[in-house]
Write a protein that binds this ligand. Sequence first.
Ligand SMILES: Nc1ncnc2c1ncn2[C@@H]1O[C@H](COP(=O)(O)OP(=O)(O)OP(=O)(O)O)[C@@H](O)[C@H]1O
Ligand SMILES: [Mg+2]
Length: 711
Amino acid sequence: MASLLHDPNVSHVSVPNQKSTTPRSTSFEVETVSTVPMQSNRSGESVVRSSSMSSSKDGVFLTWEDLWVTVPNGKSGSRSILGGVTGYARPGELLAIMGPSGCGKSTLLDTLAGRLGSNTRQSGDILINGHKQALAFGTSAYVTQDDTLMTTLTVREAVYYSAQLQLPDSMSKSEKKERADVTITEMGLQDAVNTRIGGWGAKGISGGQKRRVSICIEILTRPKLLFLDEPTSGLDSAASYYVMSRIARLDQKDGVGRTIIASIHQPSTEVFQLFNNLCLLSSGKTVYFGPASAANEFFASNGFPCPSLQNPSDHFLKTINKDFDMDLEKGLGGGAVPTEEAIHTLTKAYKSSGIFVQVQRQVAEICRQDCGAFEWKKSSHAGFVTQCLVLTKRSFVNMYRDLGYYWLRLAIYVALGVGLATAFYDIGFGSESIEARGALLMFVASFLTFMTIGGFPSFVEDMKIFERERLNGHYGTAAFVVGNTFSAVPYLLLISLIPGAITYFLPGLHKGAEHFLYFAVVLFTCMMLVESLMMIVASIVPNFLMGIIAGSGIQALMILGGGFFRLPGDLPRPFWKYPLYYVAFHKYAYQGLFKNEYEGLSFPNNVQAGGPATISGEQILRERWQMEIDYSKWVDLAILFGMVVLYRVVFLGMIKSNEKLKPIVRALLSVPSKKTTQVVVNPSVTPSATPLHGDQIQSQIQIRAQVPHVS
Ligand SMILES: Nc1ncnc2c1ncn2[C@@H]1O[C@H](COP(=O)(O)OP(=O)(O)OP(=O)(O)O)[C@@H](O)[C@H]1O
Ligand SMILES: [Mg+2]
């Protein structure tokens, strides 16, 4: 790699040391010698970031070439969000992506991190160390634009649990704690450590503090490739500077070059000086990609000099933001040149500039280096058992503190239990109690378990956190399922025992501890089953409203086909009997509970209709309820348990296959680079869109010819 950095053919733009905080125009000269960009902060402390400084052999060289991202746009075709973006990011360097809101910054980061949504199509090459490599699940850290955090935890707990999950088992607990504390202090959160993060309904830490907690969690492991989407949003200019400088200085801890790509809205002059490279986007097109310090000169040389005493980044954004052109027309903006025209001039100037040629050369050069495929070390994570234990504990604490997860449900269940107990109080053993018992048990097996759906919104929040942590490779899906299952057990036991006892003993159901325990265990298992079912639903539908509707619909169908409202013999064969009756867990819950209740009891018979004076429970089960009494109630319970395991395995399988299938689907949907020019571009969105000039196509073809064949 040294040859790359000092290759006489590769010219570098020299960046003079900047000590002043006021913007000044930098000399834009192309040299053949690599110069270390050096910036200094207000106190004179130097912040050095350069690929030559750190050991780049361990680092990640990321290149992207002619990247297009399109989304369907009604019947008219597709709209391009990114239009032929080319660039690179190197170890030890901080690349800033800037541009007006909606220009495609997050899309570019998502594309590079391999996280584009399924409705998008992408084309172009993204190479890691010159190789086409999947970049997902723990291969990099990505601080997304939205903060997805566990709202019930305090700042310290959130970071500490994350440290336990992510850092290897070879580190002691105290070392992990120390790393968490150091990182919290680095992000200036020491005064908020014991404050809960808070969220919907409970105010906690501020938005800017949440941002910093998100960053803390992702930099704990000091990742080699770090994506940050708006890391400074919600922060004041001083906090922004400190946060960015600490991110930029991650290298200095262990001397390993880190590749950092951050999108940023409003960098102050000091923050701007921390950037090595700048990617300026407008409507998905590159207005500028090159050394941050040379951007001023680029704008000046193309007729848009930065006015003195103005922050250069403000100037760049003002020049290329066309969202408010209507105001300009009314004379409110005060600009001399319409923004559309300015963007067109700058994109054209950039494409024909030496900087663009240099970027292309740099990309080709990185691709040509045989750095070998990057090996992502998985062993540097906590082991499976540790992850399961930590996740169980974290989830237990979250369930304990989130009133809506179980406590509210417990209260409602107790209220319903009291309702059932009073409605069916002392049902006795008369002939009328035969029907009453059936109705009571049906209500317990259907509607009490149905209400488990109430915890779904909280589970969806858990899933969002899981998705973020999973994508960043904090832990595996199996550990999440284990953690979620075991942490829920104590609460579900409480819910099935307390309201269960009220519902069981006050009406006077079949006496005996074994009978009550069976009743409570079936209730517990059914609630677990509904939770498992909702987990599967959560992995399919995108939000909790749709999930609740879908989950309720599925359960209502199962209740209908369970063999109570329509006796098994009367169920229409297609669908209702085969397969629904056998698939619905309600069948096994009804049969188990009914057998538990009726077997061993006898009731007075309807003598007027003839026959013996009493009727046995077994007879009632067989004739009145049409139950399969040739096998024991324990078999029904075993089937219910088996279903819990099966549902959780299905959930695990769905997430795993989703992870495996997504890259394949994306690869199938992505257009090979050669077909780039066939991508339909909505001309109304990008009026200045000229996919590629002839000479640029030529130069790119040449570059591609140099790229080693990638697998
Ligand atoms: N999946 C999608 N489907 C349709 N349009 C999309 C999709 N993703 C992004 N867009 C559109 O692409 C444009 C760029 O979005 P993106 O989120 O990348 O902007 P941004 O530069 O990050 O903006 P901000 O600074 O406000 O975060 C927007 O106009 C957005 O509406
Ligand atoms: Mg964004």
